[in-house]
Design a protein around this ligand. Structure first.
Ligand SMILES: *[C@@H]1O[C@H](CO)[C@@H](O)[C@H](O)[C@H]1NC(C)=O
Ligand SMILES: *[C@@H]1O[C@H](CO)[C@@H](O)[C@H](O)[C@H]1NC(C)=O
Ligand SMILES: *[C@@H]1O[C@H](CO)[C@@H](O)[C@H](O)[C@H]1NC(C)=O
Ligand SMILES: [Zn+2]
Length: 449
């Protein structure tokens, strides 16, 4: 009997692969866990996208059928945790998610379909230095900032603000990462509230400002994405879950409407990365006791999976010239959605556009060619784990004459070009928002989220 129990114990221990407890793991433990996962499962790939100020690697684990390289038609998805070092639930959830995905691949239907159709990138901690210096406190800010005392979620280039601040190495690492992968969908995990917040976080008092919200051209998609999370989460969609909740109808909010924030990561992803990103606030208490962690996993597991599946919304494909060669840097625009920086095809001539089901007119522009216009009927992609595939075929191959057109959009989308496009509203809400935020930061460091 004893031997039988023993063999059962070892049997299950062996078959379970790498094990992961519900507790807070420090940076060294996270690294050795990720290395073990990387060595155990051939559908994972571990790499570092840079180092923190104190020299800790920013480890990214990639999961997918082909983890090491991008495949045409396979969208890139990412989760980023622990940007504020003292907001730690997301960090724990991402480790649990890795555990769940690695155990579930080729066992669980949803996990298998997800990883066969998507390349998933997980950065467990963007601010490991902050985590290591955190106090285990629900509200205070000890550990929030990086080693230089900088709030990483105020340190990105901002389309609406003129502030020019030096970039921290952790922020630079994210910016470089966005140029090496064409991310389509992302979320950034925080704590201190329970809500799914969507761009913009900032405004220049221009046409984006509507009824107190700062609205993107893809607002319908963002609201759908935020509700996907809040309604799949066990309680987020019920309002007023935390002591100081604002009016979070449906458990979602426009970032700016909640409070203006310059230099945030979600706006940067969207404006310059062509990647739709949400900021998910996952716990009222920023650093809850370890005994509560299994409950947080139960509350978020379904939502984390459902959100990833939304990477298959809309349309994807390539822009090809008459010889069938991929066209780099073609503008792929959807009528009625004027993005600050128009979406462009990448090095593979690929584009991805997240859209809700409906009919949309696409306009594809490259120098030396006539503008190609096509209307597509877009179904609901997530159900079949694939967006609608559609390639745009350019009829005329010769692109020898440089375009004389003055309406030709700029080849790179810089902050000053965006400001020229937006018109300069001065003094901007953005800088006023910054001043009052700094003031608040000094007076009530506890309320920052
Ligand atoms: C991941 O695993 C592969 C194959 O076992 C190995 O070659 C590689 O060095 C590992 N990467 C890291 C960062 O440990
Ligand atoms: C996923 O891909 C694997 C490896 O190619 C394959 O064996 C499996 O049948 C696929 N499963 C599903 C559900 O697509
Ligand atoms: C899209 O257009 C088709 C006809 O091409 C029409 O049957 C369909 O109802 C339209 N769908 C929507 C959502 O407007
Ligand atoms: Zn935060």
């Amino acid at each position: 009997m004893f031997l039988f129990a023993l063999s059962l114990f070892f049997g299950s221990w062996l078959s379970s692969g790498v094990s992961l407890e519900f507790r807070y793991h420090n940076s060294a433990e996270v690294e050795s866990y990720l290395r073990e996962v990387n060595n155990t499962y051939e559908f994972t790939h571990l790499h570092s996208i840079g180092k923190s100020i104190e020299g800790r690697d920013l480890w990214v684990l990639i999961l997918g059928k082909n983890p090491t390289t991008h495949q045409i038609g396979i969208p890139e998805f990412k989760y980023v945790g622990n940007m504020h070092g003292n907001e730690v639930v997301g960090r724990v959830l991402l480790l649990q998610l890795i555990d769940y995905l690695t155990r579930g691949y080729l066992e669980d239907q949803l996990v298998t379909r997800l990883l066969n159709s998507t390349r998933v990138h997980i950065l467990v901690s963007m601010n490991p230095d902050g985590f290591e210096s955190s106090s285990r406190d629900c509200m205070y800010s000890q550990g929030r900032f990086n080693k230089n005392g900088i709030d990483l979620n105020r340190n990105f280039p901002d389309a609406f603000s003129k502030e020019s601040v030096p970039r921290e190495v952790e922020v630079r690492a994210i910016m470089d990462w966005l140029t090496t992968e064409s991310f389509v969908l992302s979320a950034n995990l925080h704590g201190g509230a329970l809500v799914a917040s969507y761009p913009y976080d900032n405004s220049n008092k221009g046409s984006e400002l509507q009824g107190g919200s700062s609205i993107t051209p893809d607002n319908d998609v963002f609201i759908h994405l935020a509700k996907t999370y809040s309604y799949t989460h066990t309680t987020m969609h019920k309002e007023n879950q935390c002591y100081d909740s604002k009016d979070f109808t449906d458990g979602i909010t426009n970032g700016f409407k909640w409070y203006p924030l310059p230099g945030g990561m979600q706006d940067y992803n969207y404006v310059w990365g062509q990647c739709l990103e949400l900021t998910l606030e996952l716990s009222c208490c920023k650093f809850p006791s370890e005994s509560e962690l299994p409950g947080f996993w139960d509350a978020n597991r379904g939502a984390l999976l459902a959100y990833m599946q939304q990477v298959h919304l809309g349309v994807k494909g390539q822009v090809l010239d008459a010889d069938g060669n991929p066209v780099l840097n073609a503008l792929v625009e959807v009528e009625g959605r004027r993005n600050l920086c128009p979406f462009r095809t990448d090095i593979n001539g690929e584009y991805y556009r997240l859209l809700l089901p409906g009919n949309y007119t696409f306009k594809v522009t490259i120098p030396g060619h006539e503008v190609l216009t096509e209307t597509l009927a877009v179904p609901y992609g997530p159900g079949s784990f694939s967006a609608l595939s559609h390639n745009f075929l350019l009829q005329r191959a010769e692109a020898t004459t440089p375009s004389p057109s003055t309406t030709q959009p700029p080849q790179s989308c810089t902050a000053s070009l965006i400001r020229a496009y937006l018109g300069d509203h001065s003094p901007s809400l953005a800088s006023r928002g910054l001043t009052s935020l700094l003031l608040l930061q000094a007076l009530f460091s506890t309320i920052l989220l």
